[in-house]
Design a binder for this molecule. Sequence first.
Ligand code: SDX
Length: 386
Amino acid sequence: MTTCDYRPGLEGVPATQSSISYVDGKEGILEYRGIRIGDIAQHSSFLETAYLLIWGGLPTHHELQAFEHQVQYHRRLKYRIRDMMKCFPESGHPMDALQACAAALGLFHSRRALEDPTYVQDAVVRLIAKIPTMVAAFALMRKGNDPVQPRDDLSYAANFLYMLNEQEPDPLAARIFDVCLILHAEHTINASTFSAMVTASTLTDPYAVVASAVGTLAGPLHGGANEEVIAMLKEIGSVENVRPYIDARIANKEKIMGFGHRVYKVKDPRAETLQRLAEQLFDKEGRDAYYDIALELELVVKEKLGHKGIYPNVDFYSGLVYRKLGIPTDLFTPIFAIARVAGWLAHWKEQIGKNRIFRPTQIYEGPHDQRYVPLENRLQLWEKQP
Ligand code: SDX
């Protein structure tokens, strides 16, 4: 084996061999199990997509029904998880609450039988079923309200919106939300998926795998950017302010949220679809004032940074869709997690099927053979300085 150069952020370094998804960053192509994302978004549902990603092929009618039924059956939370959530500070971020709840689920299912297909199946179903309920429950409980119980007659997407808003969504809202989940379900070896794979490679339980991935997704350079985009649109405030805002950020070498991608050097195909979904909602419910600012932002960033391949990513337009669906801004990243759990679990399953623990190397840059200085002889930091 040859030694390779150090690449910050492991840019371009393959971390695994996978057949789950494929991205062509120059052409703007994304496929799940070889099927174009546009076709899946048009014809599929989130649960069918999750099945495709995790089990490797599209389900038959019977398989899909069985999977949907199992997920529906496991949607409710254990009362002890709800009791635990009551102790969370209401000002805490919902991603932190979700990470704690995902990890806590592992306390109830501590058997670790990765070689048992029933154990794997049960863990997949439980995590996909319960994560939306956790997100919706925390959203209500932090306001002092009781969580809304899931409704068996509603689809996965419609049920989440129902649990969150305490009213049944209209079919268009439910369908658009379902498509959002499909678009966010998987994206090769992004930071949170890599985190999931590293955790999985120790052969720990899947609840720990998902909890570590949730923590990774939360950061503003990854899934947390969708929340930051709305804060940025608010700060800009008007179409006229876009150009000076961008000029100042570029001059200060600051990143523009919702733009840029390690892999895509064109507009993210998911951003294209999300923009169309936002427009569908605006046609029905009225235009969001932030949309004109967003359009101008896209134009100005393209003009100033397009030559570097900086275009809108998945996080740029998703928030405008969620706002129109009445979703609070700090739930945008937890919603990303509701979707991405499908991708994390697909990679967990793939990883444990051919496992070798992740253990890369480093290039040591520190000193050697240093003298151990007894405590009483050590100088304070400021005493060492000239
Ligand atoms: C997601 O990997 C995935 O697949 C992730 C994801 C998924 O589905 O899982 O697609 C979801 O995480 C989307 C990304 C959300 N993050 C943001 O929107 C935050 C803003 N974007 C960036 O910080 C950045 O573009 C990243 C983090 C997304 C990518 O970082 P890279 O690949 O390490 O790129 P970089 O920071 O090294 O930038 C390379 C160049 C730099 O210029 P130079 O110093 O070479 O002149 O591009 C510039 C950067 O300054 N640049 C930006 C920019 N992003 C990159 N300049 C201004 N604004 C930006 N947003």
